[in-house]
Design a protein. Structure first.
Length: 266
């Protein structure tokens, strides 16, 4: 479990230290995820080339791997970065966008997990279930399942690959070993803004750069995401204004606002 004080302390460390969060990500979300990291207080970097990836990884506080628009060259770059991060004990956060929708979207994340390259796996319920072997086909990158439906799959993946698994949804479920944390913040309008799920992954990565208990880091990132999304939706007239308000709320987040995190678990 996390507390408001712990989350506030780690947020302060992000804002003071401005850790470099390296992203090998999909072409759809580069702008929003970079802006989300900047609003939080971190320093984003995006990379695609294997020629520089090991150097950049060495400078980073955390590494995000996002398979939303996969190709063979990108997957090679991801594997090079993940191997370097593992050597340097830099946390690796994997977002298996659209797992189950195509062969490469399923096999590439699984291969990274099997190589013990991943510290935190974050996806929606359908993606997590696909990696656990479900034969259900998702509708593109959208989830067809609720987050609670993926708890068994998430538990199995966590046990098998020794990583924290975060299932986002109406309730966010974070699992590791026998621990589970549930975060009930958020709003359905968040699903109407492209890249919000990928932004969750980036926030989790930023917190993992300053909190070495990755279960707590995942919970902190998801709690901040849900809280700011919920607050933004309460003020927004639609998804366009929600995105702008979300960034502003993230930038201005303070300890009093963190009192509104709704968290439970064991």
């Amino acid at each position: 479990m996390i507390t408001r004080d712990e989350t506030w302390k780690r947020l302060g460390q992000i804002r003071t230290g401005k850790p470099l969060i390296l992203n090998i990500t999909n072409i759809v979300v580069t702008n929003i995820t970079a802006n989300v990291l900047l609003a939080l207080g971190a320093s984003p970097a995006m990379a695609v080339s294997e020629d520089e990836i090991e150097e950049l990884t060495s400078l980073s506080g955390a590494l995000v791997l996002n398979t939303g628009t996969p190709c063979r060259s990108q997957i090679k770059t991801m594997n090079l970065a993940a191997a370097r991060a593992r050597d340097l004990s830099i946390p690796v956060i994997l977002d298996p966008v659209g797992a189950g929708a195509s062969r490469i979207r399923t096999e590439a994340p699984l291969q990274m997990l099997e190589k013990n390259m991943v510290d935190i796996l974050r996806g929606n319920a359908s993606e997590i279930m696909a990696l656990a072997g479900s034969s259900d086909k998702p509708r593109g990158v959208d989830s067809l399942h609720g987050s609670d439906q993926a708890i068994e799959a998430a538990t199995g993946l966590s046990e098998k690959f020794g990583c924290v698994v975060c299932v986002s949804g109406e309730t966010d479920n974070i699992l590791s070993d026998s621990k589970i944390c549930r975060i009930a913040n958020g709003h359905p309008m968040m699903t109407l803004v492209t890249g919000m799920g990928c932004s969750c992954t980036c926030l989790v990565a930023a917190f993992s750069s300053v909190e070495k208990d990755y279960f707590k880091a995942a919970a902190m990132g998801m709690a901040v995401m849900g809280l700011c999304g919920e607050e933004a939706a309460g003020q927004a007239k639609g998804p366009g204004s929600l995105e702008t308000l979300f960034l502003d709320l993230l930038y201005n987040l303070d300890s009093d606002k963190l009192k509104k995190i709704r968290i439970s678990g064991r």
